[in-house]
Design a protein around this ligand. Structure first.
Ligand SMILES: N[C@@H](CCC(=O)N[C@@H](CS)C(=O)NCC(=O)O)C(=O)O
Length: 198
């Protein structure tokens, strides 16, 4: 299988870590969404990464559908079997992906809009949502287990994206999140290598 990805993308980082944990061999194909190459848009009309293409040629997106596919396809499961614990993992993933949605919206507003029409109020609104999410996580941080689940991978990817794009802007008052991320790096170096980078 192939995963169309970009190194900075937090959702791509999550699914690449997921494939690795599930024991699946996935070829990572560096993809520039701005150039909209046919390999991307022919497989995903939304032109977004990550997009997974199976050996049979089936395209799977978005990242949460990919995670569920990996969970069903690999030697190792990515989500707990227990229904309540599974819901907890899926909600953690939804929160972390949702924070990434806000952070990306801020990045895109700054990167793609002409400077004179950048809407600062809207950026502030997205940042408020993201920081409210981070505060919630700081107060309700899950323990880092021996084997992370899909929720933990989303959390690791999201903090990786913050560290890459918003350094110095999220750490104050959130020592637990910082420690969790550092411990993830030490405990899982192979996964850490897939976290967002420039
Ligand atoms: N909900 C999607 C979000 C994917 C997404 O927004 N990816 C970004 C890169 S991190 C992208 O492809 N942006 C290009 C675009 O929106 O055209 C998922 O979970 O996969």
């Amino acid at each position: 299988m192939k995963i169309l990805y970009s190194p900075a993308s937090p959702y791509s980082a999550k699914v690449r870590m997921g494939a690795h944990l599930a024991g699946l061999d996935a070829e990572a194909i560096l993809t520039d969404t701005t150039a909209a190459p046919s390999e991307l848009v022919d497989n995903n009309p939304l032109g977004k990464i990550p997009t997974l293409v199976t050996d049979e040629g089936q395209a799977i997106f978005d990242s949460r559908a990919i995670m569920q596919y990996l969970d069903r396809s690999g030697a190792k499961r990515l989500y707990p079997r227990n229904a309540a614990k599974r819901t907890e993992a899926e909600v953690l993933e939804a929160l972390c992906d949702g924070i990434c949605d806000c952070l990306l919206a801020i990045m895109y507003e700054r990167r793609f809009r002409p400077a004179e029409i950048v809407h600062q109020e809207w950026i502030d609104k997205q940042w408020t949502k993201a920081t409210r999410g981070l505060d919630h996580l700081e107060a309700n941080l899950p323990r880092l287990p021996k084997t992370p689940n899909g929720g933990h991978l989303a959390l690791a990817a999201m903090i990786g994206y913050l560290a890459l794009r918003f350094p110095g802007q999220w750490e104050r008052g959130r020592p637990k999140l910082k420690r969790w991320s550092a411990k993830f790096g030490v405990n899982f170096p192979e996964l850490d290598a897939m976290r967002p980078k420039a």
